[in-house]
Write a protein that binds this ligand. Structure first.
Ligand code: GLN
Length: 236
């Protein structure tokens, strides 16, 4: 590994890996490599402390019980919180939004204290939200519609320090009636979108990469197969 290798943390894929969201780390690494930038994925499992020295972090979705194990681990080893406090980009998918929030309630009605990186709370809704979701992004520098697949029972309410990632044009999103999907707070971004979300939304991937590299511009990548996938999913 060289000095300049970008290190992408895939946080707790052993418990937060149910929905294939580890693909986000692969997309980030690949988009760097295609631009001639060295990159590697660092997997952090329940057997490891969470380092605070990585360049970017991603966390995937999970079932309630796995979510609880992840919450406990992140509280015990606060490397992610320290990195986020320094402005290091973090991408949190689905259950990870809930884990990084102030608290969440499981589907059996138990309230669990979260990590507190997002000023949000999550409680189960009457019905599970499953299906395609699309939004108009609210993130500067991201202009194209966001597309993903949602599968969650939790509904997430944003507090004063958090803003939405997108305005829902299709599907449910955060599910509390404010028309929003996802969360943005400082350098931490959360979304209910699986897909993996970065495979479907290259602009969001490059937003995270610009932050990680501390640059304002990145060489564009021409990937017609990604454009095709987006067209297909946004039409579906
Ligand atoms: N268990 C959580 C919920 O149903 C998260 C599910 C997920 O990560 N897909 O809300």
């Amino acid at each position: 590994m060289g000095e300049s290798t970008v290190r992408i943390g895939l946080v707790l894929p052993d418990v937060m890996g149910t929905y294939g969201d580890g693909g986000n780390a692969l997309v980030l690494r690949q988009r760097l490599r295609m631009r001639g930038i060295d990159a590697e994925i660092v997997e952090i499992t329940l057997a490891d402390p969470v380092p605070e020295t990585l360049d970017l972090y991603t966390l995937g979705g999970a079932e309630d019980s796995a979510q609880r194990l992840a919450t406990r681990h992140l509280q015990r080893f606060p490397g992610l919180q320290r990195a986020a406090a320094k402005g290091v980009p973090v991408l949190a998918i689905c259950a990870a939004i809930q884990v990084l929030g102030n608290w969440y309630e499981t589907s059996s009605g138990e309230r669990v204290d979260g990590v507190g990186l997002f000023d949000v709370t999550t409680a189960p809704q009457q019905v599970r939200s499953i299906g395609e979701v699309a939004t108009t992004p609210l993130l500067p520098g991201v202009t194209q519609p966001l597309t993903g697949f949602e599968n969650h029972r939790g509904g997430t309410s944003l507090g004063a320090d958090a803003t939405g990632l997108g305005r829902v044009t299709r599907g449910v999103g955060n599910g509390v009636g404010d028309g929003l999907e996802g969360v943005v707070q400082g350098s931490v971004i959360g979304t209910y979108m699986h897909g993996p979300v970065l495979a479907r939304n290259p602009e969001l991937a490059d937003h995270l990469l610009r932050q990680a590299l501390g640059v304002t511009d990145l060489e564009p990548l021409d990937l017609p197969e990604v454009d095709r996938l987006r067209r297909e999913r946004l039409r579906a």
